[in-house]
Design a protein around this ligand. Structure first.
Ligand code: GRG
Length: 305
């Protein structure tokens, strides 16, 4: 099966499971259910859930066991995008090719839809897979911890806090000191890297990975998370330069440090390729080189959106 076919198949499974996981009336008020569904069903690459399933398969697991975790992580990712787009954060009006949720439903409903997706993610993690023996129950519990840590103050929320503080003016109107290159790396490792890492780890745990496989997948996923961010920054620049009549990349315009801004475009491309090479070496050392994980890494680095 080609990677395109593989992605199509996995995305179809994920989308079906996401649809089934979304709360519905009468338990959930209809307008809140609609708001949550609006953002979850808007599309997106589904990178994190695909990675979760691929990682489970890579260690010889049954991907059905990882599907709830894959969906829970996509719910959390979608909540983070909704909140990130709010006027109090990045103030974006378009996401996944649609007007952002707060534009169509208002700030309050967008906040609540994000809150709902985050909490529903953990409800899903506790609820499914159902009817398991003790080994699988232990794995579920471990996954909950991995996902909570990655999404929380030491992970994604912490990274977003660093990001917010890096551009917030002081009470006297002074700009904060710019983040160092290490600071930028830490911010991204938390803000976007942590959930990508958790996606791969959650799949590996549900698939019954050995300690050596967990370690290799963790190191490879950390590299993939960094590569993802570097490529995201490159696409931001290239998207702007492809059509000079358009608004320049938002991060650069907001004075946020980007990889092309720090290192230049060519060096950024080289850095992303080096991350991929290190990820491949980690996986190969644990005999995981034949899995879909490496192809997914190449897709992340070679993507155009
Ligand atoms: C609000 C707590 C809180 C956190 C927000 C992830 C995040 C933290 C903000 C997103 C800001 C952003 C656009 C970062 C660039 C990298 C990124 C996460 C892009 C979006 O992820 P994709 O490309 O999106 O996987 P799709 O739509 O394909 O799922």
């Amino acid at each position: 099966m080609s990677l395109d076919e593989y992605l199509r198949e996995r995305r179809a499974e994920i989308d079906k499971a996401l649809q089934a996981a979304l709360p519905v009336p009468p338990d959930c008020p209809a307008h809140l259910a609609d708001a949550m569904a609006y953002s979850v069903t808007a599309g997106g690459k589904r990178l994190r859930p695909v990675l979760c399933l691929a990682s489970c398969e890579a260690v010889g697991g049954d991907r059905a066991a990882a599907l709830p975790a894959a969906c829970a992580i996509e719910l959390i990712h979608t909540y983070s995008l909704i909140h990130d787009d709010l006027p109090a954060m990045d103030n974006d009006t378009m996401r996944r090719g649609r007007p952002t949720l707060h534009v169509i439903a208002g700030d309050g409903m967008a906040i609540l839809a994000g809150d709902g997706l985050l909490t529903e993610a953990f409800a899903l993690l506790t609820r499914e897979p159902r009817g398991l023996g003790q080994t699988m129950i232990d794995r579920k519990l471990r996954v909950m911890g991995i996902v909570a840590t990655a999404a929380g103050p030491s992970g994604m929320v912490g990274g977003q806090a660093i990001d917010l503080a890096s551009v917030a003016l002081g009470a006297d109107g002074t700009a904060p000191a710019p983040l160092s290159a290490d600071g930028v790396r830490t911010m991204h490792a938390k803000k976007t890297g942590a959930l990508i890492r958790a996606s791969a780890l959650a799949g590996a745990v549900m698939g019954g990975a050995s300690d050596a496989q967990m370690d290799a997948i963790d190191r490879a996923a950390a590299e993939l998370g960094l590569a993802f961010q570097i490529v995201d920054d490159i696409l931001d620049v290239e998207g702007a330069s492809a059509d000079l009549g358009k608004t320049p990349g938002k991060d650069a315009a907001a004075g946020k440090p980007t990889y092309p801004g720090l290192y230049g475009l060519e060096a950024s491309r080289t850095m992303a390729a080096e991350c991929l090479a290190r990820a491949e070496r980690s996986l190969a050392a644990a005999s995981l080189a034949d899995s879909r994980l490496i192809e997914i890494g190449r897709w992340v680095v070679g993507r155009d959106r």
